[in-house]
Design a binder for this molecule. Sequence first.
Ligand code: B4P
Length: 191
Amino acid sequence: MLNLVLFGPPGAGKGTQAVKLLEKYQLIHLSTGDLLREQIAAGTELGIQAKSIIDKGDLVSDQIVIGMIDSKLKANQNARGFIFDGFPRTPAQAKALDELLELRGTAVSAMIFLEVGHDELVARLLNRGKISGRVDDQNISVIEKRVRVYAKETAPVKDHYQSQSKFVSVKGVGSVEEIFNALCHEIDKLL
Ligand code: B4P
């Protein structure tokens, strides 16, 4: 199985590239951000709780997102592999993912980090906020908070994969196509 973790700060292009990669490599796309937004749109209790957290730029609890990933893995038993997008976002989520995959006799193949500088991230998110109407992309202080939360809570996830020699870094600035080609170059080495 090919199991890829797409990693990087908010706005690095994880979601954008995941959509292209899943088509090329025939993988299932698991975006915890999208799964949470589906719950919000459906008006579930979980969605109502998640909305207030996301709109402030904080992380939803590990327990909730790990539960969502667990049920998606169960629902896709015959998948060729997965792209994890926006997950894991804490060391506890990374540990849980290792355990969930181990139970299924598989493991993360690589964690691919999209490197993008601070000002470019902020510009991309503000731009998406205008187009998508996402509340968490419309307010500069919420965006800055998400970047700070990333640095404090999510960046340490890198060490988890570095210690397993699964960390790969790709420049995330350039055209979507150029970045896609650079990602494919790295992924093809894993096949
Ligand atoms: P996510 O939905 O994961 O969103 P993200 O990190 O902001 O975006 P991503 O990096 O995917 O950006 P994209 O490719 O779309 O998370 C939202 C919130 O959900 C979090 O803040 C948190 O509250 C919660 N959450 C999600 N997962 C969680 C977890 N595991 N644990 C706890 N909480 C969780 O790109 C952004 C923009 O850039 C787009 O407009 C795109 O068009 C543009 N873009 C992409 N590539 C470009 C390029 N090469 N050049 C120029 N623009 C580009």
